[in-house]
Design a protein around this ligand. Structure first.
Ligand SMILES: C[S@@+](CC[C@H](N)C(=O)[O-])C[C@H]1O[C@@H](n2cnc3c(N)ncnc32)[C@H](O)[C@@H]1O
Length: 242
């Protein structure tokens, strides 16, 4: 298990179930776990270029994998995405718990709680993927909806919604930073947030933007490095802004 401390963030490269027992108390678990999509993430695209050129440079320097220089690819699969998600270790891991993708594993959640919805196509555009995603929150409360256009692989292109324009695609199932800021605010802006399945670090970036503390875990070194870099950049930006 590797540990990186970057200002307000502590990031672990390793299995989150190994990380969990080593942690002190956290105020919230806010996460977007894999839940059995069996998705092929070997996506080559314009939006993947920047993240993967960073990664490739590092690997090339270390004598590792390929470097195409232009379009490179994600790992073929997401760890854990070949089986249903078990929320049991997380539902009591913190006073506040928010689990994205929970519409796919609602039958394994405890009774009660509320829902946060993300409407990905507020324009009504017809698309072949799902029109939104749901997060379960362990609070009995009214359902809330956040509307933000997000077209996955096209993120960062000129045609995007103003809130997401300019963001790079760094992970095949990346969440928008603005969505995660909204989600953290809905959860009551908890002071210390743990994302056990942090991927490219969107929850951590949002936490930095809101001036909170963040703990993250990621099992895939490619995504871990990207998360470290994004979270460091987010802190630098916040300092400049301040
Ligand atoms: C759905 S993605 C999260 C994407 C993230 N929300 C983002 O915006 O980039 C889930 C992540 O969990 C990671 N993962 C899967 N099993 C894990 C485990 N046992 N411990 C830590 N990370 C794990 C995967 O490698 C993947 O990057």
């Amino acid at each position: 298990m590797r540990k990186e401390v970057i200002g307000n963030a502590t990031l672990y490269l390793g299995d989150c179930l190994d990380v969990l027992p080593t942690l002190g108390p956290v105020d919230a678990v806010i996460t977007d776990p894999p839940y059995g999509q069996r998705q092929n993430t070997n996506v080559v695209g314009k939006g993947g270029t920047r993240a993967y050129s960073i990664h490739d440079k590092r690997r090339k320097a270390a004598g590792g994998l390929h470097s195409t220089g232009i379009a490179t690819r994600f790992p073929d699969t997401i760890h854990g995405d070949d089986r249903p998600f078990d929320p049991a270790p997380w539902v009591a891991a913190a006073p506040v718990v928010v689990l994205w993708g929970a519409h796919k594993f609602y039958s394994r959640l405890p009774d009660g709680g509320g829902w946060l919805l993300w409407d990905k196509v507020p324009t009504g555009k017809v698309r072949d993927q799902g029109d939104g995603e749901a997060a379960w929150i362990n609070q009995n409360r009214p359902l809330r909806i956040y509307r933000l256009l997000w077209d996955g692989v096209c993120v960062g292109s000129a045609a995007r919604h103003e809130v997401t324009a300019g963001q790079q695609r760094v992970h095949p199932t990346q969440k928008p930073e603005a969505l995660m800021r909204w989600c953290i605010e809905q959860a009551g802006k908890p002071s210390v947030i743990f994302d056990p399945y942090m991927g490219g670090g969107s929850t951590g970036v949002a936490a930095m933007q809101l001036g909170l503390q963040f703990v993250g875990a990621e099992i895939e070194p490619v995504y871990f490095d990207i998360a470290c870099e994004r979270i460091e950049n987010a802190q630098r930006q916040e300092r400049l802004f301040a």
